[in-house]
Design a protein around this ligand. Sequence first.
Ligand code: 2NL
Length: 344
Amino acid sequence: MKERLEQLKQEALQKVEQANNVQGLKDVRVEYLGKKGPITEVLKGMGKLSKEERPVIGQLANEVREQVAEAIESKQTRLEDEALEKQLEEESVDVTLPGRPVQVGGPHLLTSIVEEIEDLFIGMGFEIKEGPEVETDYYNFEALNLPKGHPARDMQDSFYITEELLLRTHTSPVQARTMNAKNGSEPVKMICPGKVYRRDTDDATHSHQFTQIEGLLVDKHVRMSDLKGVLNAFAKQMFGEERKIRLRPSFFPFTEPSVEMDISCKVCGGEGCSVCKGTGWIEILGAGMVHPNVLEMAGYDPKEYSGFAFGMGPERIAMLKYGVDDIRNFYTNDIRFLEQYHKA
Ligand code: 2NL
């Protein structure tokens, strides 16, 4: 009996030693210490032993069981420690590695420019108004002193939807609508940024859809010098205090008189260079005093009220300010172009 227990102990300890995972250890436990295991068998057969032998064998069997259990226990701890050690090693983080760059989005260059222009005019007390991109013939043309048959409303130049509906060719109809809503008795001081559409073939300087920002101020006693003061303040804030402006006579059907505004060339300071094509001046926008017909159609008495208006293309402004050479860059969404103009 003693030898049998001794032999079982050696066998079990050897198997514990050989086990190289937790499942293997469990198998050893079941095999030797389980209800049907040999040590339990020995304890069950104790009844057949003599009175003297019984406590000796009983004690020995318990000792063997404890030793095997202990061996299993400590081996299990060791296996678990090793597994944890291995996992920690495999999953360790090298904090000295360079970080992965994060792609940060930002506003589109055109959005930034439009917002910059909006902020400048908000600072001068103008409010921002928006309106529909699908317009009636009346608000897009008629109300702006462009009666039917006027050369500027050539069917070839506009996207017509029906005889009476078209994609607006400028943002002026927003201003005509705003004036109309005042019943001829309140001042208007607004700018309207938005998308406009022309039937053009796209190239470096033309896009069938582009952006316009127009401004309008209507009140009693508005004079051309008010227009000049507002445009001068805008030009200096937008392009730099050192820039000068000049107004040249021009023509628009909705203003009389009409002007075009140039700013002095920053590249050559007025000497003449390739950017200003030798003139020292760069054209920025068109403007003028609101035509009496336009005021009248909007319900204002042109003898009592007067106004000025201006219109500019923010793509052109951005192209001049940032040296962008192709208007299509604003609409093709090439990330390599857009990324260059992300502000923090
Ligand atoms: C340009 C020139 C201009 C206007 C737009 C306007 C609007 C109303 C009445 C009178 Cl409701 N005028 N707008 C006036 C002069 C010029 O735009 O070169 N735009 C890109």
